[in-house]
Design a protein around this ligand. Structure first.
Ligand SMILES: Nc1ncnc2c1ncn2[C@@H]1O[C@H](COP(=O)(O)OP(=O)(O)OP(=O)(O)O)[C@@H](O)[C@H]1O
Ligand SMILES: [Mg+2]
Length: 267
């Protein structure tokens, strides 16, 4: 949280001079993924892929189906139809194996408020099946990175929201997952903390971890290598931020979002 309050976006690991290779293997390959609740189709035959090491944005208005799609991709919710391979594993046939290979920061706060920083790490480390020595080693690295080493005995509920979110992010990385799923990780945090968060996301991607992130902040969508905008359960547009803007004939992702999610207001 000591980042300078300048306006420049954090530096993506994938630049024009060092782009992510088109030939990078796929970390997520979703085909016709669908989820119905009774008669209601929350996610409607979405097909997309994400390459290893990519930062992929999942955008859409409230209720568009982002969390439902994410829950299917991490093996928490069975698809009604379709398939998805995540980190090399079929989510329909081997949800347990998928869960071991992925990290997940849920939209609702995922840590235990009445436990300390260290106790949360120990608890989640044990759930992931890590040894005590490995938990100690990983917690040292992750807490040092977010500047929380000194606060390890603090109750989580006493930490400001930005720190709690960064801790939840770190806990999701404890077992070194291949793919990290972040469901609105920056909801409600201040702009400086959001910046720090994106630096963490980029560091994670630069180390080879694939990141799929949902957000309502359109400036953050610009930081993604590629993104989709979901409307009523379907993918309305997909591509790099530049491709999405060109496809819709708009100059900002704000306009793209409004154009797709509120067509009447945009005309
Ligand atoms: N278990 C469920 N039973 C019935 N309907 C559900 C269930 N889970 C989600 N839905 C519905 O599916 C739709 C998509 O919800 P979802 O939570 O995936 O949206 P979202 O894009 O994540 O929205 P937000 O931006 O508000 O988080 C909503 O209409 C929601 O009410
Ligand atoms: Mg959601």
């Amino acid at each position: 949280m000591n980042a300078p309050p300048d306006k420049a976006p954090p530096a993506s690991p994938h630049t024009a001079s060092a782009p992510l290779a088109d030939s990078a293997p796929l970390a997520i390959d979703a085909r016709g993924l669908t989820r119905r609740f009774g008669d209601f189709t929350a996610v409607n035959a979405i097909t997309f892929d994400v390459r290893q090491g990519e930062v992929f944005g999942f955008l859409g208005a409230n209720g568009a189906g982002k969390t439902t799609a994410m829950r299917m991709l991490i093996g928490l919710l069975e698809p009604t139809e379709g398939s998805a391979i995540v980190a090399g594993v079929d989510v329909v046939h081997d949800a347990d194996a998928v869960r071991r290979r992925i990290g997940y920061m849920s939209q609702r706060f995922s840590l235990y408020d009445d436990l300390t920083v260290q106790e949360n790490i120990r608890l989640f480390g044990a759930i992931y099946g890590l040894s005590d020595a490995r938990i100690a080693e990983r917690s040292e690295v992750l807490l040092a990175r977010i500047g929380l080493l000194e606060s390890r005995k603090e109750l989580v509920r006493r930490l400001p929201l930005g720190w709690r979110q960064q801790l939840a992010f770190s806990v999701a990385l404890l077992h070194e997952p291949q793919v990290l799923f972040l469901d609105e990780p920056t909801g409600g945090v201040d702009p400086i903390t959001r910046r720090v968060f994106w630096e963490l996301i980029y560091e994670t991607a630069a180390a080879g971890t694939t990141v799929l992130v949902t957000t309502h902040y359109l400036d953050e969508a610009e930081y993604c290598d590629r993104l989709t905008i979901m409307v009523d359960g379907s993918i309305a547009v997909a591509g790099s931020p530049g491709e999405v803007k060109r496809a819709l004939g708009v100059t900002t992702l704000d306009e793209a979002f409004l154009h797709l999610t509120r067509p009447a207001a945009a005309t």
